[in-house]
Design a protein around this ligand. Structure first.
Ligand code: URA
Length: 218
């Protein structure tokens, strides 16, 4: 369980200071392991105090592809790993359908702590977590990025357009001024569990991912 230090609980840190602390902490991390450590001890985002785990990532950081979801749910919070509940099981099936598993891809979330009751993260929580996911992408250096659902798509592509209009179209993601990565927004597996008829759209997106990966390794 993440527990706050007494000093942090007592202090009220202004939002801009908290965001700039997050940026500095993320920038200082020089490896994926260091970033994991930094996030585990970061106390600038209140979400961590209601969560059991800091859910960092799963899969292979050497792989060409990085999936970025929204935030851990109950199962992920309990196990400390992303996408291990029902949505994660569906994601695993979708990956298997294009010959991928967790040894051949890397999976993380926009937000590493479970929001209480699985509510949507607030704009401030997203801003506090953004420096960490940007640094995470920089350090992993994937060849392509896939955004699972609205939250990571909107936050990282900087758009207000919804996932249903953006999905399936490759776009460019810039984790910093020197890097541009091909990025595909697609539907979140939890949305597909609620709307199974939309799986055909995801299938198109996953075929497009397979095609990109094949072209990268050709
Ligand atoms: N939904 C997400 O976005 N991420 C998880 O890890 C689990 C469910």
């Amino acid at each position: 369980m993440n527990t706050p230090s007494p000093q942090k609980m007592a202090a009220t840190v202004p939002d801009e200071t908290a965001v700039s602390d997050a940026r500095q902490a993320a920038r200082d991390a020089q490896s994926v392991d260091a970033l994991r450590e930094t996030l585990s001890s970061f106390e600038g985002c209140n979400l961590r105090f209601g969560a059991r785990s800091t859910v960092f990532a799963d899969g292979n950081p050497q792989s060409d592809i990085m999936f970025i979801g929204e935030a851990p749910g109950r199962d992920e919070d309990r196990q400390g790993l992303p996408f291990v509940g029902r949505a994660g099981q569906l994601l695993d099936k979708m990956l298997a359908a294009i010959d991928l598993d967790r040894t051949g891809c890397y999976i993380t979330n926009m937000i590493p702590w479970r929001p209480p009751g699985n509510r949507s993260p607030t704009p401030l929580e997203i801003e506090l977590c953004r420096p960490f996911i940007e640094r995470h992408v920089e350090l992993v250096e994937p060849k392509i990025v896939v955004f699972l659902g609205n939250v990571s798509t909107k936050a990282l592509l900087g758009t207000t357009r919804g996932i249903l209009s953006l999905r399936g179209t490759w776009s460019e993601y810039r984790p910093n001024n020197d890097t541009t990565l091909p990025a595909l927004p697609t539907l979140h597996p939890a949305y597909l569990l609620r709307n199974p008829a939309q799986k055909k759209l995801s299938w198109q997106d996953f075929l497009s991912i397979r095609d990109r990966l094949d072209r990268i390794s050709a």
